[in-house]
Design a protein around this ligand. Structure first.
Ligand SMILES: [Zn+2]
Length: 280
């Protein structure tokens, strides 16, 4: 004969017949004589047909809470994995200060970029689902890194695992480690911010390895936000680099930033102020 315990689902918390589930405010007794949740109306206890014992069960609210906790645990785990990568991360004081509240839109173009960045954050789940990233391109000092960092910071604040780094930093650690392991860890990030794409052209980093980084992201169907000073995407003759660009543009929407150099403007402003001091 089968033992009675084999009839009882393991997940159920068996309690003595007199030991009913304690009612919380709002809970009520159903017509079947079983306690029901006041919020969702689902049963909080069931009665085992075999011996009439009561056992606790989860109402819809509790199931939702359990799922939420599980999700939170997963999110925290992913976040921890990303934080492990701090060694190749871009996170410095300047990065931390790059927030939308400091984004001063002086020109129409600035306002457009700010709008794009904000909307990217607001619609991130949709962007991620469609593996859609951004590539900010334009001359040096036009605020590309700032724009990308604003996105990264805003998403991090929302609890999204973001890895902000540059190919040069990534590859520096990839060279003495296992590239595949690095790529796997990189993909724990929901968003990868790659700053100064193209700067690796002057390093030993090979186009194949660059492709490996971009392709790992592509295969994982996870988005990237890239900044670059490069403008010769269309005229690049190196086949291997072309392959990298093609893949980047397949998943990243180009955002042109070629306004006046903000660094230059800031420098000029300071010089003007100093000149005023000298001429006083
Ligand atoms: Zn409930």
């Amino acid at each position: 004969m089968q033992h009675i315990s084999s009839f009882i689902p393991k997940a159920l918390d068996i309690i003595a017949p007199t030991d009913r589930v304690k009612a919380e405010p709002g809970d009520y007794m159903g017509e079947d004589g079983l306690l029901r949740c006041g919020a969702c109306g689902a049963r909080k206890e069931t009665r085992l047909p075999i011996d009439g014992r009561y056992s606790r069960c989860s109402c819809l609210c509790e199931l939702a809470r359990i799922a939420e906790e599980e999700e939170e645990r997963e999110r925290r785990k992913a976040m921890e994995k990303v934080q492990e990568m701090a060694a190749c991360s871009l996170v410095d004081a300047k990065f931390k200060e790059s927030t939308f509240s400091r984004f001063v839109a002086e020109t129409e173009e600035d306002a457009r970029v700010l709008r794009i960045c904000r909307n990217y954050v607001k619609r991130f789940s949709e962007m991620a689902e469609n593996n859609t990233g951004l590539i900010f391109f334009g001359g040096p000092g036009t605020g590309k890194t700032f724009a990308a960092s604003c996105i990264a910071n805003a998403l991090m604040r929302l609890g999204v695992p973001v890895l902000a780094t540059s190919i040069v930093r990534l590859t520096a650690s990839a060279f003495d480690g296992d590239l595949n392991a690095l790529l796997n860890r990189m993909n724990a990030a929901e968003l990868l911010v790659l700053d100064d794409f193209g700067a690796e052209r002057n390093t030993e980093f090979k186009a194949e390895q660059l492709f490996a980084v971009i392709d790992a992201r592509y295969a994982a169907k996870k988005p990237m936000v890239i900044t670059t000073n490069l403008t010769d995407f269309k005229t690049e003759t190196d086949v291997r680099r072309r392959r990298v660009y093609d893949r980047v543009f397949e998943v990243c929407i180009p955002v042109k930033m070629d306004g006046e150099s903000k660094r230059r403007a800031a420098g000029q402003e300071k010089r003007n102020a100093m000149m005023a001091v000298l001429e006083a």
